[in-house]
Design a binder for this molecule. Structure first.
Ligand code: KIV
Ligand code: ZN
Length: 562
């Protein structure tokens, strides 16, 4: 590639002395127009059939899109058939406008009028290409020739639309100077102004001027400059709805759309998940949810993202990538230890403060808002830290491991991920926990026991007497002790036994399942004679017994590790 870059002509940005758009903010949703069934469909290896188009149409309607470009009815029989099926089958809701696309050519315009017969709300969208490159290479004409094509088409469309309008059709017009981005801006203004005149546009009968980045070939800020310039120079700007139609050749379709909105656009043509010619059209999902996460109502409903994705993938036979913003399989998953830790802390913060705001690091949106609350946010592989395994134990199984214990268990989990070299599923993490702590039942075992509890007046001075039968390998022995609680009584009972080289450090207990069948789990932290810390875990329906099992679990783990 060393020298080849020299054959590319860099984009020539507009010379702008001043620009207003950098100081603007997006404060409301644009008018959305879906071009999935046209631009998106044109880009498919296997274009959708009528049934598939219908299903996607209904999905778009359910999402709240009110303007939907349904096809290019003059281009193929399937496109024509689909439009007729939509109209004749009564599939178009009262508040939805269908849009049809046609090249600025008389016989195609004629055919398109036949295709929309009987529809209630229609945007009649026509286009011709205006860029310097297209004029030179494709049409071999000058700007006057290009303007004539557009204006002649506009006049014909205006004329042919009158009978339909007279019969009650709510018909609006849209014009696209295709390849707008590569057109000299004064030429773009000139052609659009003449088209507005030919269509008799007024403030009450606005015409959509759709300004595409047919091939995205410059930075989004240069495009925003073009939009600001265009809007400021357009005569009778109030006669137009300024619409954008960004493609994504440089991977900046979303930024182009967003900066274009800052520069004065009010409508966006987009597709679900960014399907479209080459690298796609701008992704409606990302754009809308970017607004949503800024506290702006996008006026689109993606609360069942998995369903939308499923329909999209099935009918288009395209795949949503695992890292696709907001929709990809992995976008709510943290493998990295520090991310898991921060998510864990953020979750706790939200629970503790009852914050009305979403304040969880590494999660720009609440997965529940997209119907994705049941997917694992934290997944465990060798990159995961100590908090990750604890998070999985908490969210999947209801175990609240004490902070001091998390590194110990995290290490056990990490060793296993390194051993197997892949992700550990939550069930396997629980199994490791069980094997390591709950199943540590030898060599010391409690065979039977009793507690006798008493208190003084007003429940003061609690007193517990513990009697137990323990087994150590083949030896069975009796112990007895008393104290101010079950743990104290137990430790006093094992005094003088080999086990008494362990000292008690800390414990935590909580219920694991709710309702009558709840189990208590006790986490016990002991220290051995050399000062080494060891943890044990015990579970029981009896809250006094769980800690004793936890103590024996810790002792057994210590003895066995030696
Ligand atoms: O990308 C484009 O320029 C188009 C036009 C037809 C609007 O799809
Ligand atoms: Zn396009």
């Amino acid at each position: 590639m060393k020298q080849a870059f020299q054959k590319y002509i860099p984009f020539a940005p507009l010379k702008m002395e001043q620009r207003k758009w950098p100081n603007q903010q997006i404060t409301q949703a644009p008018v959305w127009c879906s071009v999935d069934l046209r631009d998106g469909n044109q880009a498919l290896v296997d274009p959708m059939n009528v049934q598939e188009k219908l299903e996607l149409f209904h999905t778009l309607v359910d999402t709240g899109v009110k303007e939907i470009e349904v096809g290019f009815p003059s281009a193929s029989e399937t496109e024509y058939e689909f439009l007729r099926a939509l109209i004749d089958g009564g599939h178009i809701p009262e508040d939805v406008t269908i849009q049809v696309l046609v090249q600025a050519r008389p016989h195609l315009i004629q055919k398109t009028f036949e295709a929309i017969d009987g529809a209630k709300h229609v945007i009649f969208h026509f286009y011709n290409s205006t860029s310097t490159l297209q004029r030179k290479v494709v049409f071999k004409t000058d700007m006057d020739g290009v303007i004539k094509i557009a204006v002649d088409a506009a006049k014909l469309i205006y004329e042919l639309s009158q009978p339909a309008i007279a019969k009650g059709m709510d018909l609006r017009y849209e014009y696209s100077p295709e390849s707008f981005m590569g057109t000299e801006m004064d030429n773009a203004v000139e052609i659009c102004a003449q088209v507005l005149d030919a269509l008799h546009a007024t403030e009450d009968k606005k015409v959509v001027l759709n300004l595409p980045t047919t091939v995205e070939n410059c930075l989004p800020n240069y495009f925003a400059d073009e939009i600001e310039y265009f809007v400021s120079k357009l005569p009778g700007r109030e006669r137009a709805v300024i619409s954008l139609h960004p493609h994504n050749d440089r991977g900046t379709g979303v930024a182009t759309a967003e900066l274009g909105l800052l520069a004065g656009a009010e409508r966006i043509e987009a597709t679900l998940f960014g399907n479209g010619e080459r690298t796609g059209n701008v992704d409606m999902v990302t754009l809308a949810l970017n607004m949503y996460t800024q506290g702006i109502d996008p006026k689109l409903d993606f609360s069942d993202m998995n369903k939308i994705r499923e329909v999209y993938e099935r009918v288009t036979k395209m795949k949503v990538g695992p890292r696709q913003p907001y929709a990809g399989e992995l976008v709510f998953t943290a493998f990295s230890g520090s991310h898991q830790d921060a998510i864990n802390k953020g979750t706790q913060y939200m629970e503790q403060t009852n914050s009305p705001y979403w304040e969880i690091p590494y999660l720009p949106i609440d997965p529940a808002d997209l119907g994705r609350q049941y997917e694992p946010i934290v997944r465990i592989n060798s990159q995961s830290g100590k908090g990750g395994a604890a998070f999985v134990m908490h969210t999947n199984f209801g175990f609240d491991l004490p902070k001091a214990m998390q590194p110990e268990f995290g290490y056990i989990v990490q060793k296993e991920t390194e051993r197997i070299g892949t992700e550990l599923k939550p069930e396997r993490i629980y199994q490791l926990f069980k094997e390591e702590y709950l199943d540590a039942q030898t060599p010391y075992q409690l065979i039977r026991h009793s507690f006798m509890e008493s208190t003084g007046e007003d429940l003061s001075n609690p007193h517990v007497v513990f009697k137990g039968t323990l087994r150590h390998k083949d030896t069975v022995f009796e112990v007895e002790g008393e104290g101010n609680g079950p743990i104290d009584a137990f430790f006093n009972a094992i005094h003088g036994q080999k086990m008494d080289r362990f000292t008690f450090v800390d414990y935590k207990e909580h219920a694991v399942t709710k309702g009558s069948d709840s189990m208590a789990v006790a986490y016990i932290q002991l220290r051995d004679a050399k000062g080494k810390t060891i943890f044990g875990v015990g579970m029981s329906h009896n809250i006094n017994l769980a800690p004793l099992k936890g103590i024996l679990s810790a002792i057994n783990r210590s003895v066995s590790s030696k």
